[in-house]
Design a protein around this ligand. Sequence first.
Ligand code: GLC
Length: 568
Amino acid sequence: MPDEKTRNLPWWKRTTVYQIYPRSFKDSTGNGIGDIPGIITKLDYLQDLGVETIWFSPFFSSPQTDHGYDVSNYRDIAPEYGTMADCDRLIQEIHNRAMYVVFDMVLNHTSDQHPWFLESRLSRENPKRDWYIWRDGKKSGGRKPPNNWKSMVGGSGWHYDDVTDQWYWAQFLPFQPDLNYRNPDVKKEMFDTVRFWLNRGVDGFRLDIINTIFEDEQLQNNPFAWKLFPSEEDEKSLFQNKIFTINHPDNFAFVKELRSVMDEYSDPERFLVGEIAASFDTLKKYCGEEVDKNQTNGLHLVFLFQSLNANLNASTLRNIINKYEEYFNEPYTPTWVFSNHDQIRRISKLGNDLVKAKLNTTLQLTARGVPFIYYGEEIGMFNHRLPIKTAQDPVALRFRWYHQLLVNLLVRDGSFSLNRDDCRTPMQWNSSLNAGFCPADSKPWLPAGARYETINVEVEESESDSLLHCYRNLLRLRRNTPALHSGSMHVLEQPMNKKTLLTYERRHNRQVVQVWLNLSNKPVQTDDAKGKRSLLFSTLLDSKPLRATSIYLEPYQGIVLELREGDS
Ligand code: GLC
């Protein structure tokens, strides 16, 4: 049934998002670091690609120890990326192209070089002291951390500061002290910062580790848990059930308050998307309750990371879709993420196989929900295994000593890495040295990735069956097809081909579109095709999947078809 609720969805539910890691996109000065003027020269490319919203990893002032996720001034731009005037021009140029802008807000913590923290650590009486979380240590002379809380990246999250003989809390790395949101001044300042950017025209925010805003006020110890590695679905890792430091109940009220700040703005509506690892129930709680027709009162979107490591097989993906539809049916909206700046690029998890990458993106761009495309994903940039010795990523540096051991012991196929440099290599624009990211005689901050001579925008523009054209065609199709950007969705059961085929239907008013994905290495033929259908898209250009009374799919082929009126 066409779903009443899916009509006239707000723009942010229909949009497609492209993530830019500014350091790696386009260098306009020749210093080997990407910058805002460089990005501006590539906006036509993005418009032509067909993405509608651009999310920028942070380019605010920062010592860049975590490449921008350690902010030292939330209302200014890091000089290596440009000036405030460049930033205003970027927003304007994006809007001129009828596209939207999303910034990355790191609310949980600042850099330890932020003037607030520099002041805060000066004395216990400093007016900024309570902007961060300072506590006395335990045991003799307070030389033991206040409790057992571990940071997300391992080790105690408490760090001793001998200036005042106290410990500060940092959920991530030691140079990223957590702000204290129990102090109303902190909340006010950060909400005003959000307004500052909204007033400059920003259309939304990606919220960095937003599930770690609050910790237990009584500092209760986290209980033990039999689990070493973190996962997407709960708070357990490093042998701790982090109930007192991750997904604290006070976070839910906080995101609602933040939502009300966003709701002060309309025309266009603005949106929030949260980075959260949690169960589906908890994820949904962050989105709030349905308050009005088509509206919830929490985060507009949360990343659903279940897809990141999903095997490319029919039952896994069918289960994911069914879960997303169960938990995030209207007025909630799922998201589709396969890569980002912290993860191994999806194509490398698919054996760097282009046919599979096309199939994967057919799912991403035709399923109900907001797709997030990571720069370079559209040309099939590989994950690049870079030496840990020269790593720039602070997480890799922290794990330098165990890294090789873990890689050798656990996984030998390249599907595991703690070095996030591997997925942050420069965007591959052409075949010249440094892939057109920076001049050939410059030294890029990270080397260009594998096979950049053939995997790049210029080469793929000229090949009609390239991954780049596959993305373009799908993005265009999605934009022009209401059933795809705004329709309801349900899985079509395939009892005869359960293990090989994933099929689903999207409906909007009278439009009915079906997506057929062959997730096996053998051709599949179904004889139950009825009615008149027209082919809207195929991952394989020269194939003829629609036959008189059947559908025939090559191995790993995906198609999108429309049921003609009266035939549904
Ligand atoms: C998030 C970001 C990651 C960053 C961390 C600390 O997980 O995605 O890149 O290092 O938070 O801000």
